[in-house]
Ligand binder design. Structure first.
Ligand SMILES: Cc1ncc(COP(=O)(O)O)c(C=O)c1O
Length: 401
């Protein structure tokens, strides 16, 4: 008799997990207010309100809301004068936008390996990748887990290179009680649908540097200046402006964020403890300096050898069949076809990205799987279902070989 749902057995769970995104009366009230205000675009009052609220939440001096978490990275790089001929160091275990934002400003992304403890940019590897052409370093706080900001800031101070935090997945996460995105020269956020703070699409940049803030504000508004005329353009910018629709939803969502983070953190500890008991599954250890980890995703390692060589893809498919929202996660981005595209090769000088050997990133992609964040928003009994499903696959994996 088959046990596993992937083979036609009964799934561990038929009930769905809490839906994502969540909304309520606050979002409805906000959207209705924008509709009635007729201020549907261009620097509306709700955008300004959200910028103040998000800056205050993070403890940042300046925030500028933008269209998404890709243009936010581009805006920071442009405002830092990163351009053709420059190199920017990025990790390979991330969403493609971290690297393509660099290409968008005409600069060359240089991949440095990750730290196996977090899957985030290794400070030692980043430092090794620095050349005379390096203009910035972009650590990414994957899954809301902080990169080692002590070491990265120290490298930034020593080399004079700005550390640009890609905090697209880390709204509210903390390193030594400071919110991510506010520790480096600038931070970039995404409010795309899956994110823990979302308006479907949207982004923001934050910084404590007033000159950089002014430049980004002007550039996101086609180079206008606050004290200048409407048809007066000072910076080579674009239209990166957020709308009041997005801002009104984000203001409401921000009011829910801390409660949701607390639930995810509590459930993640329960999941850590449960999965640690299962051979071949290893939750990541938490760095004591990571004082708050928001769990945009729940990451754990899968060791195929303990499952008779069952590929991670089959394990994750089995987990999904058991009713658990899971993903195999990233593949190494430097192997994506985009880096062989003729237009990209013109920028990178025919750099052979596919030839790069980054062993920790290879391991991260081979072993790491994700449980989606909404699964952590429910009750402890939901978490027990996840553990039960993983244990069931562990007990019956031979059915899949
Ligand atoms: C790490 C990272 N960087 C950048 C982005 C780009 O954000 P967006 O999809 O809002 O453009 C995302 C999200 O999709 C991301 O996860």
């Amino acid at each position: 008799m088959v046990a596993l749902a992937l083979n036609g057995g009964a799934p561990t769970r038929r009930r769905s997990f809490p839906p994502w995104p969540r909304y309520g009366r606050a979002e409805l009230r906000g959207l209705r207010g924008v509709l009635r205000s007729r201020q549907w675009g261009t620097l509306g009052p709700r955008v300004a309100e959200f910028e103040r609220a998000f800056a205050s939440y993070l403890g940042a001096d300046h925030c500028c809301a933008v269209t998404n978490g890709t243009t936010s990275l581009e805006l920071i790089l442009r405002a830092l004068d990163v351009g053709p001929g420059d190199e920017v160091i990025v990790p390979p275990y991330t969403f493609i936008a971290t690297a393509t934002a660099v290409l968008s400003v005409g600069a060359v992304p240089v991949f440095a390996d990750v730290d196996p403890a977090t899957n985030n940019l290794s400070p030692a590897a980043a430092e090794e990748a620095v050349t005379g052409r390096t203009k910035a370093i972009i650590p990414v706080h994957i899954a809301g887990v902080p990169a080692d900001m002590d070491a990265l800031v120290e490298i930034g101070n020593r080399t004079g290179l700005p550390i640009v935090e890609d905090a697209a997945q880390a709204h509210g996460s903390e390193w030594r009680n400071r919110k991510l995105g506010t520790i480096g020269a600038a931070g970039s956020f995404s409010f795309q649908l899956s994110k823990n703070l979302s308006a479907g699409e949207g982004g923001a940049v934050v910084t404590n540097d007033p000159a950089l803030a002014a430049r980004m504000r002007s550039m996101h508004h086609v180079g206008r200046r606050e004290d200048g005329g409407w048809y007066e353009h000072h910076e080579p910018g674009g239209n990166y402006r957020m709308t009041d629709w997005q801002a009104s939803v984000l203001i409401a969502q921000l009011g829910r964020l801390d409660r949701q983070i607390a639930v995810r953190e509590r459930n993640a500890s329960v999941l850590d403890a449960g999965l640690r008991e299962i051979d071949g599954i290893s939750p990541f250890e938490r760095d004591a300096r990571a004082t708050r980890v928001t769990r945009h995703l729940y990451m754990a390692r899968y060791d195929a050898r303990s499952f008779g060589g069952l590929p991670k893809e089959r394990f994750v498919a089995a987990l999904e069949a058991e009713g658990i929202p899971a993903s195999t996660g990233y593949v190494e981005i430097q192997r994506q076809p985009v880096f062989a595209h003729p237009s990209v090769r013109r920028i990178t000088g025919n750099r052979d990205y596919a030839a790069a050997h980054l062993p920790a990133a290879e391991r991260a992609c081979r072993e790491t799987f994700w449980i989606m964040q909404n699964a952590l928003l429910g009750r402890e009994s939901d978490i027990r279902d996840i553990v039960t499903a993983v244990r069931k696959i562990r007990d019956h994996y031979r059915e899949l070989l």
